[in-house]
Write a protein that binds this ligand. Structure first.
Ligand code: NA7
Length: 531
């Protein structure tokens, strides 16, 4: 049973909700956590598809608030697989005794502000209501699954799966005819493994994607020990990196445009074998300048052509546009998979999937039959989870209405008209463009200290100032416009969900974002109104 009243509610038991709850408990608040899933883990609880793995290295994609935890936990691989990260989240929850603060299998479907006493009342799908003074949404950036509204979706009689809501017991595709729709990160990670089991695999690709081999490997104990011996130093350096990770690696600041063809090739090769995102460190201007970017894109295409034996398939797999303005993928054997005789690529860029029917799907005048269809079609990213919750602020203003032309926030943490409501890694914060665990720890510290300050000052409510928010939205757009990021149809822009406003949502600017929040705190929260 949920209590009727508490000081603070935290929605979500991912890495954000976990650390937020811990911090609020340290303040002595009566805090309740609500989570729609059955346990801790968030993203890593839901995304159990085969091959699911983090694209940030294990030694960096981890909490740093406890030196003991940091030393104790052993990561077995350079990039952790989903079960390992899930086990880590659950371990942290138990080790720091957060589990008893959470109620699982509770989906928040409403949150309504009452201006008479500055409280929020949160309602769950299960029919409960809980009133609190402070409401913190730790609902994740990639937690609202997107299944396109294909005609005949419900007519299909075979089994369907979304990568972001994978069955807990796993799926055995042995001997089955399988379709994967989508070629984003989730597809790119799962396709090589599904192909090992399936009798046949058809991949339906609308847009080819850039992917760099992750170069995943076991993490040698000596390497982990050497990092742990100076963990604080690595963490500190990462706070000052553009995305809060990758301090081990040298980033070359030089322009690709002034390098000779030989220098260019040699350097791209060197960074290729570093794997994943590190490839973008080969030159300093790859995500800033379209001509520079074209060199990196062409290098990756040359690797795809070298790998995929059938020239027609290779050409279809070669992405055409800017590299890394959609999130760069990191794979293990993705392009090689298309050399298997039972794996076929179907281009749906010109002739979209027309409909699903009882036995499969139709596109380009062809009918394909399948035993199972995997939707690797991504998420209503960054705003989806927040907007699905029915949040109603001051004077009956709904978040949906307020954000009808795109999200507007102050620092990606609060939004005017919604007092005493905080978002962890919300739109307008670096969020998905930085190490997410560092991002949530940063926000948990900022939000908990702000609540502590509020109480010490004797205030009962705080909200973003409209002028500060307007200025922040302008700054965010200006930042993004200086880069290549807004130039392709990515989920950063909401372009993957039909009808969603096209607005660049994450704030490009770690680490100065951290400095900015530090200054705002030192100045007693400029840009906020209190009462
Ligand atoms: P993504 O990266 O959004 O990928 C979704 C894929 O699904 C992408 O290839 C889409 O093609 C495709 N898609 C979406 N709708 C359709 C329709 N209607 N027809 C055909 N294909 C479609 O999601 P992921 O889950 O792979 O990755 C999300 C993030 O998780 C990732 O960036 C990492 O940060 C981890 P499109 O490109 O839109 O043409």
């Amino acid at each position: 049973m949920l209590p009727k009243r508490c000081d603070a509610v935290v929605v979500g038991a991912g890495f954000g909700g976990l650390i937020m709850t811990l911090r609020l408990r340290e303040l002595g608040l009566d805090v309740v956590g609500l989570e729609r899933g059955g346990d801790f883990g968030g993203t890593w609880y839901w995304n159990r598809y085969p091959g699911c793995r983090c694209d940030v290295e294990s030694m960096e994609y981890s909490y740093q608030f406890s030196k003991e935890l940091e030393q104790e936990w052993q990561w077995p691989e350079r990039y952790s697989a989903q079960p390992e990260i899930l086990a880590y989240a659950q371990h942290v929850a138990d080790r720091f005794d957060v589990r008893r603060l959470f109620h699982f299998n509770r989906e928040v479907v409403s949150a309504v502000f009452d201006s008479t006493d500055s409280t929020w009342t949160v309602g769950t799908r299960e029919g409960e209501a809980l009133t609190c003074s402070y409401l913190i949404m730790a609902t994740g950036c990639l937690s609202a699954a997107n299944i396109p509204a294909f005609a005949g979706l419900n007519d299909y009689k075979g089994r369907t799966y979304h990568t972001g809501a994978w069955p807990h017991g796993g799926v055995d595709f042995t001997g089955q005819r399988v379709a994967v729709i989508g070629t984003g990160s989730s597809a790119i990670q799962s396709i090589p493994i599904i192909a090992r089991q399936a009798k046949s695999l058809h991949v339906f690709q609308r847009t080819a994607n850039y992917s760099i081999p992750a170069q995943n490997a076991p993490l040698p104990e000596e390497t982990a020990a050497a990092i742990k011996a100076n963990y604080g130093e690595l963490r500190e350096r990462n706070w000052n990196q553009p995305a809060a990770f990758g301090a081990y690696y040298e980033r070359n600041p030089d322009s690709v445009l002034t390098a000779t063809p030989e220098e260019r090739k040699a350097r791209f090769e060197r960074y290729w074998v570093m794997g994943g995102f590190m490839f973008l460190g080969a030159f300093g201007d790859l995500v800033m300048n379209v001509d520079a970017n074209a060199h990196a894109a062409e290098f990756v295409r040359s690797k795809i052509r070298e790998t995929v034996k059938d020239p027609g398939t290779a050409e279809l797999l070669c992405p055409k546009g800017i590299i890394a303005c959609k999130r760069l993928c990191a794979d293990t054997g993705y392009f090689e998979t298309y050399n298997l005789p039972h794996v076929k690529l179907v281009d749906v860029s010109q002739k979209p999937i027309e409909r699903l029917n009882p036995t499969g799907l139709e596109t380009g005048g062809n009918h394909y039959e399948f035993d199972a269809i995997v939707f690797a079609t991504g998420f209503d990213a960054m705003t989806g989870a927040l907007l699905r919750m029915g949040i109603v602020g001051e004077g009956g203003l709904t978040l949906k209405d307020k954000w009808s032309a795109g999200p507007r926030t102050w620092l990606g943490v609060t939004t005017s008209g919604f007092p005493n409501l905080w978002m962890m890694t919300g739109p307008g914060s670096p969020s998905v463009l930085a190490n997410m665990i560092t991002g949530v720890e940063h926000h948990a510290d900022f939000i908990s200290r702000q609540i502590e300050w509020l109480r010490k000052q004797g205030h009962t409510r705080i909200e973003a100032d409209v002028a500060a928010e307007d200025q922040w939205v302008d700054t965010l757009n200006q930042r993004a416009s200086l880069t290549l990021y807004p130039h392709c149809n990515s989920w950063y822009l909401g372009a993957n969900v039909p009808g969603k406003p096209r607005v660049f949502m994450p704030y490009l600017g770690w680490p100065d974002y951290v400095q900015r929040l530090r200054q705002i705190e030192a100045d007693d929260y400029t840009g906020f109104k209190v009462a």
